[in-house]
Design a protein around this ligand. Structure first.
Ligand SMILES: [Mg+2]
Length: 419
């Protein structure tokens, strides 16, 4: 049976989320900056047309004479995450077989729709645009790899949908697709393949399978098969409960001091515990990690992580902070300029389903303490009440000088409609 996959990908996702609620940005070159306003992580089509590159450092861009007309926004992941959830929910409600691939991409299995697949995609696209204001492109193909390639065409096509399903279209498009743009190939492999006279996706599709296997391994062979319409990578169903939860930051300036690093990790652990409680979740272990500045190879480097088991599944700030600081004790090396640190909560599950310990009876007083802390912080602002000692003020925290309001998740920041 011929299968039909679609890759749905939101166009210029972060920049588009900004535009949905700030119509004044429409038609104007807009860039979104990374944490700490360091570099460009998203661009509107107008900004792309100006030649602003992905990853361009902000301080450099400011020197450009024509940069004055560019609208700048700090990354607003609260907004992007919520918009992502909204458009993924619409897709999930309309198609049972989908796999979320990234914040703005998902695969859909349209095999059952058969010849009607492209029309179904068109309807879904219109619905997402009307309900969320986001423009999503749909690429259709017999495999996930072909759907990815079709999506590049969809971005350029006026109705945002492109089907790569018949053999002639497929051959034409593969010829136009640089081999480096094939899913899973990348720059390094593309350079090697050039030596074998393989320049575009069509060249790659025509190589001998045995040769592919010997030279590129099983994964490479899979790509070749996928380009020929043989589906080798099927849809991975989404896991309903998230199994991990991460709180981490890159620092504006590096940190060498152990106490300073401890205070930041203390804060991340507290945030992680708070997020667990918000979701009615508990974790069984915490992975603590610290990293040097990999962009500065001239500086002493050190990166390591350690997983600390918690004595029983918990969301208690005290337990998680204690385990995190013990973890830091094992990782820390003096004299290293650390650039990033974080905690990753592992084996996250619903608090009600968590296994109980024989030896540690839950202490209702601790639960009440956590609840009180959360409700005070919700009422009077985050950080009003902290666990243990965190030096104030947190001057090191993210600079987000250009962040727009969290339009969809905070009562005080909701957009106001004026008549
Ligand atoms: Mg996208």
């Amino acid at each position: 049976m011929t299968r039909v996959f679609a890759l749905a990908d939101a166009n210029n996702f972060y920049a588009s989320c900004e535009r949905v609620f700030q119509p004044e940005l429409r038609g104007k070159p807009t860039v979104v900056l990374s944490n700490n306003d360091g570099c460009v992580i998203a661009r509107s089509p107008e900004a792309k047309a100006m030649g602003i590159a992905m990853g361009a450092p902000f301080f450099k861009l400011k020197e450009r004479a024509d940069f004055r007309c560019v609208q700048v926004r700090s990354a607003n992941f609260t907004l992007y995450g919520d918009m992502s959830r909204r458009f993924m929910d619409i897709i999930a409600a309309n198609t049972p077989d989908m796999e979320i691939y990234s914040i703005d991409e998902c695969f859909i299995d349209y095999t059952r729709a058969g010849a009607a697949a492209a029309d179904r995609a068109r309807d879904l696209r219109a619905m997402i645009l009307q309900w969320t204001g986001l423009s999503v492109s749909f690429g259709l193909g017999a495999t996930k790899t072909l759907a990815k390639i079709a999506n590049r065409q969809a971005k350029a096509s006026p109705d945002g949908v492109f089907a790569l399903l018949d053999a002639d279209t497929r051959a034409d498009v593969l010829r136009e697709t640089d081999v480096r743009d094939v899913w899973g190939i990348g720059k390094k492999w593309a350079n090697r393949l050039q030596c074998h006279d393989i320049h575009n996706a069509h060249d790659l599709a025509r190589v001998d399978r045995q040769w592919a296997r010997n030279v590129m391994g099983v994964v490479g062979l899979r790509t070749v098969d996928e380009l020929n319409g043989l589906s080798a990578v099927s849809l991975e169903q989404v896991t309903p409960d998230k199994q991990t939860l991460c709180v981490s930051r890159s620092f504006g300036t590096t940190v060498r001091d152990r106490a300073e690093l401890a205070s930041r990790l203390h804060h991340f652990a507290s945030r992680a515990a708070e997020k667990l409680r918000q979701g009615g979740l508990v974790a069984s272990a915490v992975n603590v990690f610290i990293k040097g500045n990999t962009f500065r190879p001239d500086l002493p480097q050190h990166a390591n992580n350690v997983t600390m088991e918690l004595s029983f599944p918990t969301s208690d700030t005290g337990d998680i902070v204690r385990a995190t600081l013990q973890g830091l004790g094992r990782l820390y090396r003096p004299g290293i300029p650390y650039k990033k640190a974080g905690v990753l909560m592992l084996e996250v599950c619903n608090a009600k389903l968590a296994p109980r310990s024989l030896f540690a009876a839950p202490d209702p007083r601790r639960d009440r303490l956590m609840q009180t802390m959360d409700s005070l912080n919700a009422k009077h602002g985050p950080g009003t009440l902290c666990y243990g000692k965190i030096p104030q003020p947190r001057t090191w925290y993210m600079t987000q000088r250009h962040r727009s309001p969290r339009f969809t998740t905070h009562w005080r920041e909701l957009p106001v409609a004026r008549t």
